[in-house]
Design a protein around this ligand. Sequence first.
Ligand code: ADP
Length: 353
Amino acid sequence: ENYHAVLAENRRLYNEVQDLKGNIRVYCRIRPFLRGQNGKQTTIEYIGEDGELGIVNPSKQGKDSHRLFKFNKVYGPAATQAEVFSDTQPLVRSVLDGYNVCIFAYGQTGSGKTYTMTGPNAASKEEWGVNYRALSDLFEITQSRRSSFMYEIGVQMVEIYNEQVRDLLSSDMKNSFHPHGLAVPDATMLPVKSTSDVMELMDIGQKNRSVGATAMNERSSRSHSIVTIHAWGTDLKTGASLRGSLHLVDLAGSERVDRSEVTGERLREAQHINKSLSALGDVIFALAQKSSHVPYRNSKLTQVLQSSLGGQAKTLMFVQLNPDVNSFSETASTLKFAERVSGVELGAARSSK
Ligand code: ADP
């Protein structure tokens, strides 16, 4: 009963803060155990209807081993891609009304960021992640509005690795690195007219991502990838025009790298990732607090996204979790980050179940 009292209090507090902050949403998604992981112990103790998440640290005793969080939504391991997208769809569609939207996936490597944003297999529609679904939804809506609105859609793809921006759709990949200055507006933009154009383009971007990388998976977990969809609309009756954009960001893995164990290139990568993820956290936190100073200049990632973070722009963060107890400390630090960007500090409220 005590547990429920804590929940009710959390809910009340959360709703209060929620009303104040407006444009930032945090959705938490827990991936299932993967094949061959049967019988593993989980850190996930409780998933509430209203975005509550309880975690437990089984290696600790007593009430300190339980913690309770509150997000806009929590998806358990059984949530489907379609379910997740249905809650994201209104945000995606607002792009066609001229909004700027940023959707991020944050979490340790292997927690399901790419699964949520892209999906495991482009050939299987069921398994499409947010980016394919968003694009195909946008095409559908533009079709349905075509008697009153004319839209053009363009796509860009860049990667940020060690604070360098790389244009993944450049026709000249040798010169695709922009150590200074490349903002998303300068990256190659390709017009898309159909879902099959999108498939083709995503494929090119994915292939270019691996150019020069020794091990593709390794490398992709240490860079941020940004797919940007631009929509220009013209009202056919009044001639008025609008412009909206959607940034879909698959962030580098947030895992802490043990400084004593890595050196050289690996250490440099880890430092860059740390720096950019904490800069992102600082920016979103400042926005959630409606702070007068938003520190965009502290990382390439926040610079590139500056015009789409803040103001009237809308932000959604997918916080991805691996349910395995062995990931407990990464899970705890991921949730700490999430709690901070959501502008709500509820972690002190512990369950006493
Ligand atoms: P990340 O991008 O965070 O490194 P991935 O998206 O590559 O993680 O996910 C790691 C593994 O878990 C992949 O094999 C992926 O297909 C699987 N996976 C992640 N989320 C889910 C999910 N919700 N349902 C089924 N499998 C998932």
